[in-house]
Ligand binder design. Structure first.
Ligand SMILES: NC(=O)C1=CN([C@@H]2O[C@H](COP(=O)(O)OP(=O)(O)OC[C@H]3O[C@@H](n4cnc5c(N)ncnc54)[C@H](OP(=O)(O)O)[C@@H]3O)[C@@H](O)[C@H]2O)C=CC1
Ligand SMILES: O=C(O)[C@@H]1CCC=N1
Length: 268
């Protein structure tokens, strides 16, 4: 895969461009970017990453080996209608647009190799966990090229298109849930006379340590939790409060509501 064209130059496109160039997956000379009208943003991307900014869509589409859709869901239909006349018949398209079905893309661009992804904002620091779904027209070579591309922003998990709703609810939106927990723990910690920087460090490093334990130690979270929980001790007292307020049930509902919203948005 030689040339990539990004249609949309916002935060997600930039995170991927950053990953691709930082890890030299694709030479900057082969990355092309366009947007709707924000020329200053294209200039900034050109200066920061050495990529080519363009509004000559017909030319850019002819040369692209992969077209990435990176606009908001409300803008995708207009963008697809703009490129439909110029995109060659078999050029693969990779969509970042949350909730926009492959069938809807095909309805405007025609049958072709299609992939949809659900990254998260940790892509900015190459720590996204990204769900990817392919249609049957994507061959192994294109799958491999897309996997390599996505690995520049983190880890990659292949799922069926319908499962992207669950991926969205768990890992697409997921960073926000953890930030919410951090907010709550910070607010609580600040009431004990510790300064803000200290509380932030205690909370964030605890979260990072727990995350590394889950990755590196081959033990289930229940067991890791049990090992911290002395009978009659502080953790037991804390967890009892979580149970009293049905926090587990709150997370079950949180994921279920986000999954349902993803389906609802896809059908709207
Ligand atoms: N943020 C997140 O956590 C996640 C977001 N996503 C998805 O990523 C997608 C992109 O989000 P994000 O990067 O935050 O969006 P931004 O709002 O930052 O950027 C959107 C880009 O799309 C461009 N655009 C709009 N309409 C057109 C058009 N007709 N032709 C060409 N370009 C166009 C805009 O151009 P201009 O500036 O000129 O208007 C802008 O460059 C969304 O669909 C979102 O669902 C997926 C996973 C996680
Ligand atoms: O909240 C949203 O709709 C998008 C999808 C995943 C993350 N942000």
């Amino acid at each position: 895969m030689k040339n990539i064209l990004f249609i949309g130059a916002g935060s997600m496109a930039e995170a991927i461009i950053h990953g691709l160039t930082a890890q030299q997956v694709i030479d900057a000379a082969h990355i092309f970017v366009t947007n709707k009208s924000n020329e200053a943003k294209l200039t900034q991307l050109h200066e920061a990453y050495g990529i080519s900014a363009t509004y000559e869509l017909a030319d850019a589409l002819q040369q692209a080996d992969l077209v990435v859709l990176a606009m908001k869901p409300k803008d995708v239909k207009a963008a697809l209608e703009k490129i439909a006349a110029h995109i060659p018949a078999q050029t693969p398209v990779l969509s970042i647009v949350a909730g926009y079905a492959m069938a809807s893309i095909e309805a405007i661009l025609g049958a072709r190799p299609l992939a949809r992804i659900m990254p998260n904002t940790s892509a900015q620091i190459a720590l996204s966990t990204t769900g990817v779904a392919y249609n049957a027209a994507v061959n192994d070579g294109t799958k491999q090229a897309i996997t390599t591309l996505l690995q520049s922003i983190g880890t990659v998990i292949e799922v069926e298109e319908d499962q992207l709703h669950a991926v969205t609810a768990i890992s697409g939106s997921g960073p926000a849930y953890f930030y919410y927990v951090v907010e709550a723990m910070k607010e609580a910690g600040l009431t004990y006379g510790l300064d803000e920087q200290t509380v932030k460090q205690l909370v964030v490093e605890t979260m990072a340590g727990a995350s590394e334990m889950l990755k590196r130690v081959d033990e289930e979270p229940q067991l890791l939790r049990k090992k911290i929980t002395s009978p009659g001790g502080t953790t037991e007292a804390g967890v009892k409060a979580l149970e009293k307020f049905n926090v587990k049930e709150a997370f079950t509902t949180c994921i279920a509501d986000a999954e349902a919203k993803s389906r609802e948005l896809a059908n709207s």
